[in-house]
Design a protein around this ligand. Structure first.
Ligand code: FVH
Length: 292
């Protein structure tokens, strides 16, 4: 494995995120080589001091540490398949969003070509890169993570999740799943409020403090799930949590109840299985069943 401390860095992919990563390294004084499929995107970075590689082969040969921030898993293979044989002894940090299994596939593929690999999942927007608010999760080789810290820590708070290369992606996508489900719930509520003329802005002002306070429930649900007893006293039961009235109200107002109906389906499933007296966290078991 190479020692990235003091060595230059190659950044592949100069979209919004790749450009932010390269810019942050340049500003911190690193020697940076950049490559992008559409070469015009390297012009601004060249003006800031980056070396624009004339080909992908030249880019991966320029430095022992290669960072990929491309569109998706397929674009990583499309870019690196033709040059991977020449990358033996290099280190590849892939910050492209992939699924956990895609990250594992890349780790195995890189190892098969003598390339050290670390997967990263960026939990930040491009303007956040280089600020204390940015977070990047990593998984795969602990040795690569430790040796690359002088570079990785330029971008964000770096967290190592474990040796399984798929872990960073998994945690990232789990967080995003929670976020998008919450956003969809808010938008459904806004549509219901909108059906009687309440503006989305007014609804947001009223919903934000309420929904923020409700996130305290995460810790409670987590305790019930990890404790393994969904019947622990003091909880709101599934029978009491029946949401059919919200589904009906939504339909009555001419609003599609899709998001809340999905929650009600999970509740009904658990009630039908005889768990109506247990707590709301019990629907975790219905979700887990989707794994097989
Ligand atoms: N932007 C964000 O807020 C999010 C934050 C969380 C993590 N994501 C992931 O980061 C990856 C890159 O995202 P991006 O924002 O830089 O994306 P774009 O601006 O769309 O740039 C895409 C780059 O990928 C290149 N590219 C696309 N397809 C190919 C291909 N087949 N072969 C080689 N390169 C390819 C594209 O090149 P070009 O179109 O300019 O020629 C851009 O450099 C991504 O995984 C996010 O999910 C960002």
């Amino acid at each position: 494995m190479t020692d990235p401390q003091g060595a230059g860095v190659t950044v592949l992919g100069l979209g919004a995120m790749g450009s932010a990563l390269a810019t942050t390294l340049l500003d911190a004084g690193h020697a940076v080589t950049v490559w992008n499929r559409t070469s015009a995107r390297a012009v601004d970075l060249s003006a800031r001091g980056a070396q624009a590689a004339s080909s992908i082969g030249a880019a991966v040969a320029a430095n022992p540490l290669i960072v990929a921030c491309l569109l998706d898993h397929a674009s990583v293979h499309e870019t690196l398949d033709p040059v991977i044989a020449g990358m033996r002894g290099s280190t590849l940090v892939n910050l492209t969003t992939t699924t956990p299994n895609e990250a594992r596939e890349l780790a195995t593929w890189a190892a098969g070509h003598g390339v050290d690999h670390l997967d990263g999942a960026i939990m930040a927007t491009p303007p956040m890169i280089g600020t204390p608010e940015a977070s990047i999760l990593y998984s795969g080789s602990r040795d690569v993570f430790d040796a690359s810290r002088p570079v990785l820590d330029r971008w964000a708070t770096s967290t190592y999740d474990g040796a399984d290369a798929g872990l960073a992606s998994l945690v990232d996508l789990a967080m995003l799943s929670g976020m998008y489900s919450m956003f969809a719930g808010f938008l459904h509520g806004a549509a219901m409020a909108g059906s009687v003329g309440i503006s989305a802005t007014e609804f947001a002002a009223r919903a934000t403090p309420f929904l923020s306070a409700m996130t305290d429930g995460f810790e409670h649900f987590a305790g019930v799930i990890d404790g393994g007893d969904y019947a622990v006293p003091g909880q709101q039961s599934l029978d009491f949590s029946d949401l059919s009235h919200i589904v009906r109200a939504s339909e009555e107002q001419g609003v599609r109840p899709t998001t809340i109906a999905a929650v009600q389906e999970l509740i009904s499933e658990q009630i039908a299985d005889g768990h109506g007296a247990e707590g709301f966290a019990r629907i975790y078991e219905s979700l887990r069943a989707e794994r097989t």
